[in-house]
Design a protein around this ligand. Structure first.
Ligand code: UT7
Length: 354
């Protein structure tokens, strides 16, 4: 297949930021709550700890700091943002949208703001949307943020799920670029047939909240992890392969690959099928668990600030999640060396790096 035709303008990432809450919950902490062990969790998932939001922190609070950091790196003011695309499964409330709450806190006075529900694929979907908006000239500056407070919808009596998820936020500022620079290919899919494999059964229009739904713990995540596993590997490999083909790249042309962090065995499965050098694959699931829509932008920001991405590097992203949704992206990195970026971090931001 020939490369995807360029839209009118190119789109590239001009800044990234992340924030994770201070509180760390280790596997040993979880073993005090449910029948599990550090050995089982590490062996089956690669997770050692996850960060948990404080009682007074909602998703918009986490997103705010990640966005401030991303804008500082881009050298932009909140008032310059045209669109806020907020990918989440855990908005502060259903109404108003989490994006509008963030817009107000950030002072992004002229931004359109809306939530996007694409589960763990949300950040990749957000990049696709931003590319369309910028490419078509509808917007110049788009803030894409993936944020989750999954601890609020995790059932801490269910060992099948409670060991997996964590809280956090990651953001990217998207700006116009020369045609062919920045984002190359974006691939996005969904299959509602798989909807029940990962769901929160009650709370909104299908089964509004009642005392019975609350008593039945129906407002928490339920997952058939075994069914998701092979789908996850297959979908990420297929989607990234399509993007590589559209970019005219082989897998090992990539300088860096950032997969959604759901399970280390899933990441290894994808990497092995692509025959990709392990040193090129970003893994941070040991420290954060699965932060859903935030996992790729958190890993991206870590990679950027650690100097793992330099101008001209080829980057691949791939994600899958509830819905089901899946997708991938390829891009050429355009941002300069990270030394100047570290200085751009707002001093007020609270973060523990572990
Ligand atoms: O971001 C997208 C959403 N999530 C995913 O993509 C998750 C995809 N799936 C997975 O990552 C894996 O399927 C899991 C990590 C969820 C589970 O790993 P698994 O190797 O598929 O284990 P399993 O579900 O087959 O369970 C094996 C055993 C079971 O015991 P029995 O029936 O063999 O006696 C489980 O009850 O492990 C048991 N088990 C646990 N034991 C200790 C399940 N969870 C735990 C636990 N601690 N936390």
């Amino acid at each position: 297949m020939s490369p995807q035709p360029d839209v009118i303008r190119g789109t590239s990432i001009a800044g990234t930021g992340r924030y994770v809450p201070e509180r760390v919950m280790t596997n040993h902490d979880l073993a005090q709550i449910v029948e599990t062990s550090d050995e089982w969790i590490v062996e089956r998932t690669g997770i050692r700890q996850r960060h948990i939001a404080a009682p007074d922190q909602a998703s918009s609070d986490l997103a705010l700091i990640a966005c401030q950091r991303a804008l500082a790196m881009a050298g932009l003011e909140p008032g310059q943002v045209d669109h806020i695309v907020l990918a989440t499964t855990t908005p502060d409330r259903i109404l108003p949208s989490c994006a509008c709450t963030l817009q107000q806190k950030l002072g992004a006075t002229r931004a359109a703001a809306y939530d996007m529900f694409a589960a763990c694929t949300g950040f990749v979907y957000g990049l696709g949307l931003a590319r369309g908006l910028i490419g078509a000239g509808v917007a110049d500056t788009v803030l894409v943020v993936g944020v989750e407070t999954l601890s609020r919808i995790v059932d801490y009596t269910d060992r099948n799920t409670c060991v997996l998820f964590g809280d956090g936020a990651g953001a990217a500022v998207l700006r116009p670029a020369a045609p062919g620079e920045g984002l190359h290919a974006i691939d996005m899919h969904s299959d509602g047939e798989l909807g029940e494999v990962l769901e929160v059964p009650s709370g909104i229009s299908r089964n509004p909240a009642t005392t019975a739904t609350v008593a039945g713990r129906e407002h928490f995540i339920r997952m058939q992890g075994k069914k998701l596993f092979p789908f996850a590997v297959r979908s990420m490999v297929e989607s990234l392969s399509l993007c590589l083909e559209r970019s005219g790249w082989a897998a090992n042309d990539l300088d860096l690959f950032i997969p959604h962090q759901a399970n280390l065995r899933i990441i290894d499965g994808v990497r092995e099928r692509l025959a990709l050098d392990p040193a090129k694959c970003v893994v941070n699931i040991d420290r954060y668990g699965n932060t859903s829509s935030a996992s790729i932008p958190i890993a991206l920001d870590e990679a950027v600030r650690a100097g793992r991405l330099q101008p001209g590097h080829k980057l691949g992203l791939a994600a899958f999640g509830g819905g089901a949704t899946w997708g991938a992206a390829t891009m050429t990195w355009t941002l300069p060396a990270p030394a100047a970026m570290r200085e751009a971090e707002p001093a007020a931001a609270r973060e523990v790096t572990t």
